[in-house]
Design a binder for this molecule. Structure first.
Ligand SMILES: Cc1ncc(C[n+]2csc(CCOP(=O)(O)OP(=O)(O)O)c2C)c(N)n1
Length: 342
């Protein structure tokens, strides 16, 4: 037996700190706050009605994760595309879909954004360039495809894919990052790492400690972001969206957060959470965090927050009234918007 000593070229993570500056005005801070509070007020009201069995089907809410869609969507217009997941209500609100259209969709009414045929996991709007899908990882290649269309058509629009840490183990994540990198597509991959895919901890399903590392395999820059700090999310997203608009290609934002809602309402007993974990994250609630930051930076006061909360309650109440006065779709609707083969 002979011993051989071989040497190999090794690759290591090029770890470096990216220093980004945030310029937060009063207007911007209040805009973040409005988005997050509107999403939360709507979700709280949906939860209340769902628990009284007024609504049918399933309901995935995202309490505690609102800073991510709020911070990212602040940078987007109707010309930019967003794909979201089964947990898409806050994203639809932040992308500017009408509240009554969202609610009507959840209740299967004719005035819903998909005429009552999509349901809560499939909110969509072509005018707002927004689409959600209940297929885990399904929205990631769709956003890459939208970005390819923008590039081909010469539009300076950007596509954003929001998805969970569970979705980052789907093939669609890896295929999309690879193609987006090769074609230098104007797409931002926004990973909402709430540490669980239903009851499975990320550490039990994912071979890397942080999904940001995976971007390196696709020659793509990535940032790890405190996903409960809307200012941090906005600052990181500004970097990613601006480089995409300049034609510098895709990037990944790995936003660390925590789902305070159950995976889905009523069914989930949440026994998989270690004792004290949820309580720890409740203290990091992104809405309260922004209140503290805005007061500290002298950008807003308690009165501003109360006023915005009251406005949100009124908007949600009025939207429910409009949505629930809409009829159920006519039976013939079942044969519209489908491949008829004709
Ligand atoms: C392709 C596919 N597999 C499984 C499911 C069932 N399912 C729905 S949500 C979910 C967990 C998703 O976890 P993650 O991507 O981390 O998103 P989160 O629910 O944490 O927001 C699973 C497995 C599905 N909808 N689609």
């Amino acid at each position: 037996m002979s011993r051989v000593l071989l040497s190999f070229k090794s690759y290591s993570l090029a770890e470096r700190e990216e220093k980004l500056e945030a310029e937060v005005t009063r207007e911007l801070a209040l805009s973040f706050y409005r988005k997050m509070v509107l999403a939360r007020t709507l979700e709280d009201e949906l939860k209340r009605r769902y628990e009284s069995f007024e609504m049918r089907g399933e309901l995935h809410l995202g309490r505690g994760q609102e800073a991510i869609p709020a911070g990212v969507c602040e940078l987007l217009s109707d010309r930019d595309f967003v794909s979201a997941t089964h947990r898409c209500i806050a994203h639809a609100v932040c992308k500017g879909l009408p509240l009554d259209g969202i609610i009507a969709e959840l209740y299967g009414r004719a005035s819903g954004v998909c005429r009552g045929k999509g349901g809560h996991m499939h909110l969509a709007s072509s005018s707002k360039r927004f689409l959600a899908t209940g297929i885990v990882g399904g929205g990631i290649p769709i956003a890459a495809g939208a970005a390819l269309a923008f590039k081909t058509l010469g539009e300076d629009s950007v596509a954003v894919a929001f998805f969970g840490d569970g979705a980052a183990n789907q093939g669609t994540f890896h295929e999309s990052l690879n193609l987006a990198s090769i074609y230098r597509l104007p797409v931002v991959f926004v990973l909402e790492d709430n540490q669980y895919a239903f009851s499975t901890r990320r550490s039990e399903s994912t071979a890397v400690e942080s999904n940001a590392i995976r971007a390196l395999g696709y020659s793509m820059p990535a940032l790890e972001v405190d996903g409960n700090d809307v200012i941090a999310v906005y600052t990181a997203a500004k970097w990613a969206v601006e480089r995409a608009r300049r034609g510098e290609g895709p990037s990944l934002l790995d936003c660390k957060t925590y789902r305070l809602s159950p995976h889905l309402e009523i069914v989930d007993t949440e026994e998989y959470r270690p004792e004290g974990e949820k309580e720890k994250w409740e203290k990091l609630d992104p809405v309260r965090r922004l209140e503290e930051q805005a007061v500290e930076l002298k950008l807003a006061s308690k009165e501003d927050f109360e006023q915005i909360k009251a406005e949100a309650r009124k908007l949600v109440e009025e939207a429910f009234q409009r949505a629930l006065s809409s009829p159920l779709p006519a039976p013939e609707e079942a044969f519209r918007d489908i491949f008829s083969g004709e």
